[in-house]
Design a protein around this ligand. Structure first.
Ligand code: NAG
Ligand code: NAG
Ligand code: NAG
Length: 268
């Protein structure tokens, strides 16, 4: 660059400054920064990834709660599995969230991440209790149970059961999955009565039977009772179908016989 001879040097500098600045900017943009090793993985922006994958509402709760966002990002190297409720779930939950104290809001957000990396395959094949960022080491609270349900993976908190609906990112040591419900820890929300997973044992069934049994009869032969479907109007659908079939075939039979008769008559 040539300097204009008639201008005093400070003025020239002032005139040139915008160009110098932009030149500097361009050169720093275009030249690859040699300092970080090229093998370093790009920094994952967890809330942004969530936001772009159906969890915008949850991502904005995260970013507006600094301590929560920091916990998530400080575990990106050591291992992180996060679960983001989809927008429909988060928006439904929002009134309950707003009712929580600041501490409890933080706990709820921290409850959605586990300080270990789990691929989907690992989640599908390992059932059990996991601790979260909200877990206090001594009491081991704020945990939930990973339980696979066929190919699907569910997270059970004693209050609700969420299901993984999508993989947002899975790049060891970081995984983020979308889930269909907000995880509500029993520490903050009333646990629901655990539904009885298996039919009640025999002695309970006896006590229950008078209520459900019709006309006070014993339920000792259930298979016999509902064997042939005997509807009040008489024939079952199966029987009617069978009858119709029989009628049709007898018509065919009759037509065939008539034809034979006609042929016989004609031959005389
Ligand atoms: C919020 O808390 C108040 C007081 O505990 C309660 O009356 C209200 O029903 C709560 N709102 C929701 C949406 O749960
Ligand atoms: C899970 O959390 C409950 C408290 O909600 C605690 O009593 C229990 O010991 C924890 N279980 C495990 C396996 O850490
Ligand atoms: C039901 O069966 C028990 C024996 O299993 C019998 O003592 C009882 O009388 C029966 N009740 C009725 C209503 O048939």
């Amino acid at each position: 660059m040539r300097m204009h001879p008639t201008l005093p040097p400070p003025l020239i500098f002032l005139l040139l400054q915008p160009f110098l600045c932009s030149f500097h900017l361009i050169s720093s943009l275009s030249s690859p920064n040699p300092d970080p090793p090229s093998s370093a993985p790009p920094i994952l922006d967890i809330p942004s990834l969530m936001s772009k994958n159906g969890c915008k509402a949850f991502a904005s709760l995260l970013t507006s709660t600094a301590d929560a966002a920091d916990s998530y990002s400080s575990n990106l190297d050591s291992g992180l599995t996060a679960f983001c409720p989809i927008d429909r779930a988060t928006n439904t939950f929002l009134p309950l969230f707003k009712n929580l104290t600041a501490d409890d809001k933080l706990s709820l957000l921290l409850y959605h991440a586990v300080p270990l990396y789990y691929s989907l395959r690992m989640l599908q094949s390992n059932n059990g209790v996991v601790n979260t960022f909200a877990t206090d080491g001594t009491t081991k609270n704020y945990n939930f149970t990973v339980q696979n349900d066929g190919e699907a993976v569910t997270l059970q908190t004693q209050v609700i059961t969420a299901r993984i609906t999508d993989t947002v990112v899975d790049r060891d040591p970081v995984a983020v999955y979308a889930i269909d419900s907000v995880l509500q820890p029993p520490e903050l929300f009333k646990p629901v009565a655990v539904p009885v997973p298996a039919p009640a044992p025999a002695h309970d069934a006896v006590a229950d039977s008078p209520k459900s049994g019709k006309s006070g009869r014993n339920h000792t032969t259930p298979s016999g009772a509902d064997g042939p479907a005997s509807s009040e109007n008489g024939k079952s659908a199966e029987q009617e179908a069978a009858d119709a079939n029989a009628a049709a075939s007898s018509r065919r039979l009759f037509a065939g016989a008539a034809a034979v008769v006609v042929v016989l008559v004609a031959s005389f």
